[in-house]
Design a binder for this molecule. Structure first.
Ligand code: AMP
Length: 569
């Protein structure tokens, strides 16, 4: 068992990855491997099987994608690698990651998932797709139809294996495993290790290395830690609002990549902050100059990556902002340790996107303290603060500035027209705001449901079983399948359909829910009673279900067999 603590000294170049991949990583602005990457890449490069305990947001996709890409051959035009993922969203995400990492190598990557037409998938498979990323149901269909041939498969990844189990896919996964050559390499990643997953690992993995990341648990008590749940595209706006209301001396902002340091620093500078980027590409002497400026109070904000901020000791840093949540808890502890120095009070603020919630939980566990939530200031809060600052500025100007000539100008204006003094003052205030409006319009900082994913499904399914947004989010729909919550089905709103697959075919209710939710993109709570008979099954579905969905289901497969959905007479 390899239980790794993050090795901050490791670089991608030390891991034995080839130049085209190092090139892509540098283009993407990745500075150093995350702990799961540092631990997994050497094992997978050697061709060994791996059992990794890691969740979304730790960088696990690159942990398997980079070594697997290294070991594959772009010249061989047939499926060499298969990644199984529980949902279409994850399949797409993983396929995109493969495309990004391999852009200097020339591989053909194909996501295949339920609900999408077969035509394009077949075309791509025929053209010789080499890396297939798919959901179990659709992958099974293609194997059954003979359109996906795995006899030359080099490697297989089971991503989010516990999710696949929860969604009733484990039998499908085993079926697929049995259809791959014995010689293939397997990497199995799972956030948790329930016994069913351990069983799969024991049966199919060949003497695997175990990788689990463990972390230390120390944070200074002088640091107040808060977090806010926001969407990625709202972060900058949310951060700008926070900056307006918090009383800060100096701020260090942590982002994930070198590119982001420059991007965020530019945007903050455009908003008038004295701000600079600090990353590993900036030459050492220049970095020292920036740090020196920060120490002397000539800069307000530094936007840095972990590498660039290592060992940074600037007493006046009052706030650490985790603009991007770190990939591991060790980095979090390290980052927030840049404030609260020399016995001073410090504040740490963390932005979390909904899909990173699990990482937040991991940080809370590692630091052994629940974090406070932080409301993003409303436009009203900001406007009140700006109005009060503006009034103060007027008062100070009256006190300190010789206004003789300006008073004269205003008197002349009053004599020439008939405007009241307040109206004239208001017009001047309007002019004074120049290109920065004094008052801001309200914006909602509630993360959109669309961005929610498996990481917070538990919270959601507990609290909002009858969410109105269910149908909008196929990720959600597919998710609640294993222990699905049934909606309040009234018999008169439902219709019983027949499926031509039954107990004799090994079908279980979970398979039916899985297939219907994935293929028809239907929230699983809308799936009613399921009855399994020897040679067929029945399922209750809403009468209001659109015809197009029924049509999709009529063509769908379950347990590798055509579902053959028919309406009862
Ligand atoms: P994952 O856990 O694979 O979903 O990755 C989480 C996020 O971290 C993705 O947006 C990746 O692009 C990003 N990421 C992964 N590895 C690194 C790294 N070494 N440095 C910076 N960002 C990374």
């Amino acid at each position: 068992m390899t239980s790794s603590t993050p090795n901050t000294a490791t670089l991608f170049a030390d891991l034995g990855l080839p130049q085209p991949l190092l090139q892509s990583l540098s283009e993407l602005g990745y500075e150093k491997p995350s702990p799961i990457q540092a631990a997994s890449i050497p094992i997978l490069l050697e061709g060994r099987d791996l059992l990794g305990q890691a969740q979304t947001g730790t960088g696990k996709t690159a942990a398997f994608a980079l070594p697997m890409l290294t070991n594959l051959d772009p010249k061989k035009k047939y499926p060499q690698l298969l990644v199984l993922a529980p949902t279409r969203e994850l399949a797409i995400q993983v396929a995109e990651a493969f495309q990004r990492y391999s852009r200097n190598m020339g591989f053909s990557v194909l996501p295949i998932y339920g609900g999408q037409s077969y035509t394009n998938q077949l075309k791509q498979l025929k053209r010789g797709a080499q890396i297939i990323v798919g959901t179990p149901g659709r992958v099974m269909d293609h194997i059954n139809r003979g359109t996906l041939v795995l006899k030359e498969l080099e490697a297989l990844v089971l991503d989010e294996a516990d999710e696949m189990l929860r969604m009733g896919f484990i039998d499908d996964v085993e079926w697929i495993l049995k259809h791959t050559p014995e010689s293939r390499q397997i990497a199995l990643f799972s956030a948790t290790m329930p016994k069913e997953i351990k069983k799969v690992a024991n049966t199919y993995l060949n003497n695997p290395e175990h990788v689990k990341i463990e972390t230390k648990t120390t944070t200074a008590s002088t640091i107040r830690q808060r977090y806010s749940l926001v969407n990625n595209n709202q972060k900058l706006h949310a951060f700008a609002r926070v900056l307006e209301v918090v009383d800060f001396d100096a701020v260090i902002v942590f982002v994930r990549t070198k590119l982001a340091t420059v991007d965020v620093a530019e945007k903050l500078s455009a908003r008038g902050y004295r701000c600079q980027a600090l990353n590993g590409d900036i030459p050492q002497n220049q970095r020292e100059q920036v740090i020196d400026k920060m120490k002397r109070g000539k800069l307000d904000i530094l936007v840095a990556t972990d590498v660039a901020a290592r060992g940074l000791d600037i007493e006046r840093i009052s706030h650490v902002v985790n603009f991007d949540i770190p990939l591991d808890t060790e980095s979090y502890i390290h980052r927030i340790g840049r404030t609260g120095r020399a016995g001073r009070q410090g504040e740490a603020i963390l932005f979390v996107t909904p899909r990173e919630r699990r990482l937040l939980n991991a940080i809370e566990r590692a630091t052994n303290s629940p974090m406070e939530t932080m409301e993003i200031p409303s436009a009203n809060d900001i406007n009140k603060k700006r109005a009060s600052d503006f009034k103060q500025l007027i008062g100070e100007t009256i006190d300190k500035v010789d206004l003789e000539r300006f008073s004269q100008l205003v008197s002349e204006f009053m004599q020439e027209g008939d405007s009241a003094p307040e109206t004239i003052a208001a017009a001047l205030a309007y002019i004074a705001q120049s290109n920065k409006p004094l008052f801001e319009a309200e914006t909602e900082f509630k993360p959109e449901k669309r961005e929610f994913d498996r990481s917070d499904r538990n919270e959601r399914s507990r609290g909002r079983s009858n969410s109105r947004d269910g149908n909008r989010d196929s990720r959600d729909n597919n998710r609640d399948r294993g222990k699905r919550k049934k909606g309040p089905h009234k018999a008169e709103d439902m219709r019983t359909y027949r499926i031509q697959v039954g107990r004799n075919d090994g079908i279980k209710p979970g398979n039916i829910v899985g297939a219907i939710a994935n293929e028809a993109d239907l929230d699983s709570k809308n799936i009613g009673h399921i009855k399994i008979n020897d040679d067929h099954s029945t399922v209750d579905l809403p009468k209001a279900m659109p015809k197009a969905m029924i049509k999709k289901l009529q063509k769908a497969y379950v347990c590798g067999k055509p579902m053959g959905l028919t309406e009862p007479n």
